[in-house]
Design a protein around this ligand. Structure first.
Ligand SMILES: Nc1ncnc2c1ncn2[C@@H]1O[C@H](COP(=O)(O)OP(=O)(O)OP(=O)(O)O)[C@@H](O)[C@H]1O
Length: 348
């Protein structure tokens, strides 16, 4: 997409990549253990963090404090109109285990506080309804899990997959990340299902969640895989017949935590943690290469980065400006993770 168009979208000056910081409240067990809050919101764009090396300040496009509601967060991340207008948008949550990624992206278990994903499912159809006299819309979705560097199709149950493997028609389809001629990344071989309402999309999402890998021996709150939800919106202009397709990728990344920190001796857990850190580390390498304008960007080093080519937008950003503070911060955090610092030292 044309950068200027996005930057001036809807009469507003929007940056192509925005980094938000959400501070979560202290939970009961942290309070019971005498935990103290070390993060302080200075203003809408900056926080300070007390670290073992002193007070550090970080800047973001927007900072949400512990009292911010799911609704507040959704209002600010709302990019659905862009998708309906044919753009590709990605929203992902990054942070260490227990920092609130799933709460922010999905919500709490009983959905009393739905997160960005379920709110998005409804909002897509609300916006389409408002535009229904001018456009015909078609919505479809795929849902994937990246676990131990293997892509698993969550819209195909594991039981169904096992059954397919034994059929004479041959093994089940493999999901591969590919790029089409226009440079749009897609998941080849993934089951794509149409939905005609927010409820239908949510039902697909529930089906997908039921098919996820969660290690029974690990903290139950902790998801050990990356969750990728791709929603395609095809709009046909009823006046001139032109068709555009936008895609919204919603990603809940697995927590960044070292195997040693989990206390797990188990081979499976170590493999999971290594694979999570490997993919997050590959994401860091891609961001570094793009920011340094290196001729080779190592997208292919991990399936996560093959998927995350929206990060490419940083290239444009880096060409236009001196590297932005947020990207520098994200890079620094990832570098710290890569250099094997413990989770407690990665504060944001
Ligand atoms: N803003 C918030 N307000 C209230 N509770 C929250 C908030 N953020 C997180 N929590 C709670 O904190 C706990 C951990 O959050 P969550 O599961 O979202 O972390 P996570 O970053 O997804 O962890 P993991 O990487 O292990 O999947 C959950 O019980 C969640 O409900």
């Amino acid at each position: 997409s044309n950068e200027e168009e996005i930057l001036q979208y809807g009469g507003r000056n929007e940056r192509k990549i925005r980094v938000f910081c959400r501070i979560r409240p202290v939970n009961r067990s942290e309070a019971a253990q005498g935990g103290v809050v070390v993060v302080d919101k200075l203003d809408d764009h900056s926080i300070t963090v007390e670290t073992p090396r002193g007070l550090r300040e970080f800047q973001f496009d927007k900072v949400f404090n512990a009292e911010s509601s799911q609704e507040d967060l959704f209002q600010d991340t709302k990019l659905i109109q862009l998708v309906i207008d044919g753009y590709n948008v990605c929203i992902f949550a990054y942070g260490q285990t227990g920092s609130g990624k799933t709460f922010t992206m999905v919500g709490d278990k009983d959905q009393k506080n739905p997160g960005i994903m379920p709110r998005t499912f409804n909002a897509i159809f609300d916006i389409m309804q408002e535009n229904s006299t001018k456009f015909d819309f078609k919505v479809s979705a795929y849902m994937l899990e990246l676990y131990n560097d293997r892509l698993q199709d969550l819209l195909v149950s594991q039981a169904g997959e096992a059954h397919a493997q034994t059929q004479p028609s041959g093994p089940a389809r493999r999901v591969e990340i590919k790029r089409n001629r226009k440079g749009v990344v897609f998941a080849q071989g993934a089951e794509t299902k149409e939905a005609s309402s927010g409820q239908e999309l949510y039902a697909l999402f529930q089906q997908a969640c039921a098919n996820r890998h969660i290690s029974a021996t690990m903290n139950v709150e902790s998801s050990r895989s990356h969750l990728i939800v791709g929603i395609m919106v095809e709009s046909k202009n009823l006046t001139n017949g032109s068709v555009s397709t936008g895609k919204l990728s919603l990603v809940d990344l697995a927590g960044s935590e070292r195997a040693a920190k989990t206390g797990a001796k188990d081979h499976q857990l170590k493999q999971e943690a290594n694979s999570i850190n490997k993919s997050l580390s590959a994401l860091g390498d891609v961001i570094s290469a793009l920011s340094a304008k290196l001729p080779h960007v190592p997208y292919r080093n991990s399936k996560l980065t093959q998927y995350a080519t929206r990060v490419k937008a940083i290239t444009n950003n880096a060409q236009r400006n001196v590297e932005s503070k947020e990207i520098a911060q994200l890079k620094e955090l990832i570098m710290r993770l890569k250099s094997g610092q413990t989770v407690e030292e990665v504060d944001v």
